[in-house]
Design a protein around this ligand. Sequence first.
Ligand code: GAL
Length: 509
Amino acid sequence: MAPTVSKRSFAAAALLLKLTAAYLADDGTVVIPGAASYNGLNLVPQMGWDNWNAFGCSVNESLLLDTAQAMVDYGLRDLGYNYVILDDCWSIGRNASGYQVPDPVTFPNGMKYIADHLHSMGLKFGMYSSAGLFTCGKRPGSLGYETQDAEFFAANGVDYLKYDNCFNQGQSGTPKLSFDRYNVMSQALNATGRPIVYSLCNWGDDNPYDWAYTISNAGRMSGDIYDSFNRPDDRCPCTVNPCNWPGFHCSVLNILNKMAPIQSRTMSGYFNDMDMLEVGNGGQTDNEYVTHFSMWAMMSSPLLMGTDVVGLSPANLAIYSNPAVIALNQDPSAAAGSRIWRHECNDTDQYGQCEQSLWMRGLKNGDTVIALINGANSTQTMNASLSDIFLDARTAGTSKPAAQLEEMWDVYDLWANRMSNEEAAAILARNSTTAPAVITANSTSTTRYNTTAMSYADGLKANATALFGKKVGSVPAHGTWTASIPRHSTGLYRLRMAGSGGMGKRDEL
Ligand code: GAL
């Protein structure tokens, strides 16, 4: 007979076990020690804005502060976009003590001034450096100066560090070389005692998704994105991971498809960073930007706006502001979606490309999200069968069909409640008579949400209207969801077990 233990001694034993072995949390999820955040930060993907994609080295104090004000006024801060990240080109050198000197022309009041300003607005401040002799823009890098630079960031009230890979003095080429180099800054940041989210930017070099979760909160898994849906480019040669030369000019579909083989390496506290969003930069159609935003959310990539926020168009604000899609990204499951299938097709576009794919992701409350991507050159009817969607449940060690196949599923379209251009235009006009002023936690709005008032995790538990899109149909047991998906677009649907309101079903399966 198994020994019985009191609840208290079981809890103590469980606590001890947490340090060494996987265990079952109160809510029934399996917790793998070491897979949670190494510094307690970034349990769901970071959100915010980074100037690089739209402004490159043309940065200054007013760009940051004007953008921050727009993020507040447009409701973006309250949707969760809370980091304002200053990328490359802010430093002009080091002083006699080895500390970095911000450019006095572009940042006349220094960095603490910006941090204080952002903090007073309820925002956080991110900065950039490189684990090399120089940054990619040939400003001073941090290699050999990790302690001084970490102290500089902490003293200036910085909350986030993006840490690049240029001019690394050959200290790369094996995971160990990269780990050791990036670990020096990790230790230096920890030593400051200030909580600082640490985001690696080594472009997937040396497979950071295999080692970086013990020293950082996120890691880029590809070369630099550029504003194209699927244009092949020799400078971004790899289409799958691992990738020996990550390159740059990587399209949305190139980066997305590289995520398929590494999706299991995303976890609470460490996210595979698919690079900053291009929505708003003009190189893609509205449907393509919907796909880009949907899939970055689906894969738990950081959601970092990479455009001119002040000058956003209504359509692009509507994409960045879709609470039902952001709630997918911020789901406490903190996992990435799986690609179930990908087909090449015949109806090719101007680049000779045509692909279609089905992705799925299980969420914390037992719902399942699916994405049907149509990369064909025309509208296509696409199918997602329950047996495909729940394939992994079926093949987990047994050929028994998945229990989910026996259920009927209600289907919610996560884009059906997209904010109208009129509503977005009123918000952009900062017209307080027409723009919704305060979105309370229990608001019945379908287009607005305020995570400052109620977190996404709590809003999802409470079935907050804005987080679930619109019910558009059902799939019977053993059935198939069929949808008509426009050219270069994505159908993004949340499947909820019929009759359950989608709540608490996971335990029963
Ligand atoms: C690249 C990085 C970009 C940007 C740029 C700045 O290496 O991937 O996101 O930070 O450097 O020079």
